[in-house]
Design a protein around this ligand. Sequence first.
Ligand code: MTE
Length: 314
Amino acid sequence: MKIKNVPIKPSEITPEAVWLNRRKLIQGLGIASAGTALSSMALPAGWIEQKGFAAHETSLREEVTDEELVTTYNNFYEFGTDKEDPGKYAHEMNTDPWTISVEGLVAKPGKIGLEDLLSGIDIEERIYRLRCVEAWSAVIPWLGFPVKKVLDKFEPLGSAKYVAFSTHLNKSEMRGTRSFFSSIDFPYVEGLRLDEAYHDLAIFAIGMYGKELPNQNGAPIRLMVPWKYGFKSLKSIVRIELTDYEPPTTWNMSQPSEYGFYSNVNPNKDHPRWSQASERRLGAGFFGRRETLMFNGYSEVAGLYSDMDLMRQF
Ligand code: MTE
């Protein structure tokens, strides 16, 4: 099937000058010692505000969704299946200290504390759409940096083809993981093809709305892949593994006929139980439905899939 290419209108890209007044001084924190460090430091309070961030040219000029909605209407099954559960219970998760292990097909595997992981990386504000498979969407000012900046520190081997991500699991802090009613297994896992992970639009987010991420949105670090359904963007990441095989993904393991590996936003490919042709912007009210765009509007990623049938490989 031929992919319908829906470009992001130039008017949607924020001119850099508009953001200059939000630009703050960026200070690198030195060179990371990936592969050897065994620190387990989390980020000190106010780290992002002190370090500062710059607006990125990929930012949309769409109205940003109300922060209150984005932090109270969530999917984070570790805390329950109701949209309100993460906002009510995610504060029970301890994010300090936080360590991430990077394993598999890399030259320098290792465990690294979050602050060390971020050293030498500039933080950017990127206003991205998040489009959930349940057909709601939001426009969120994320603070983050390209996934590739982290992967490069660990030096992927030539044999690496995929990146597998895995999340924090602590049953005593995460009441949803103790429930009989959850439809998925934990820890929540996801994966990307290596070239997807290396695309400049794919970021790790550590903050939003100018501050550190709240727990319910995936503190202290989550994935944000704006051209894929929200479920691909897993929260509270603790493990990254480079592989030469397609890694298992949570929703595919739970319901293979409904959720594939790729999970690209595709208005032409209906979910078996509902249409994906339109979406409801959070907070936009009854008339807030809008057309869903191929790749969520991020048409610059189309080349990653030019030789694939996206109706079959969904
Ligand atoms: N990450 C973890 N660890 N657990 C989850 O249940 N849900 C996913 C994704 N990341 C989920 C997760 C789904 S289904 C969506 S739509 C997005 O998070 C929602 O992100 P938000 O709550 O920040 O809007």
